[in-house]
Write a protein that binds this ligand. Sequence first.
Ligand SMILES: [Zn+2]
Length: 143
Amino acid sequence: MSLPVVEFESLVPHKIEVNKLTEPFWSGLEDGLFQLQHCTKCQINIFPPRLFCGQCYKRELLWISSAGRGVVYSKISVSNVPDNYSITTPVDLAIIDLEERVRILTRFVPGTEIAEIGSHVQLVVTSHPDGVHYACQKSELFT
Ligand SMILES: [Zn+2]
C-alpha cells in the first residue's frame, strides 16, 4: 500500500545515514512504502530495523509494508532542536501505535492540525529536494 506523499521545498529534517540494515526501509520509503520487519519465528513486527528479533533473537526477518494507519499514543511539541536539523520549530512529535502493533516515533506534518492522543493518524512520505522522510497527519478516513 503506497502512502500519501507531501511535497516540501525544505531539506530532509536531518541527514540520513543509510546502511545495509536500513537500506530496504529507505528505498521502500522512496517507493511510497513504510516497511516493517516481521519475525517469521514469533510473528511480531519490528521497527526500527534490527539485525535480529528482540523477542526470540532469531534472524529470520522479512520486510512487510505497513498500511500507515495508527493512533496517537503520546505527543509533545519541541522548540529547541539541534542546529543540524533543517526543520522549523516548534516540532510536533508523536508516538503512534500502528495497526501492525508497532509503536513508532514520528512528527506531525508541519502546518497541519495536531491530532489528540487517541486520535487516528496516517503516515505520509515527505518528499524533499534531497530525499524522503516520513511524518503523520490527522486522519478521519478510518475508524
Ligand atoms: Zn522473533
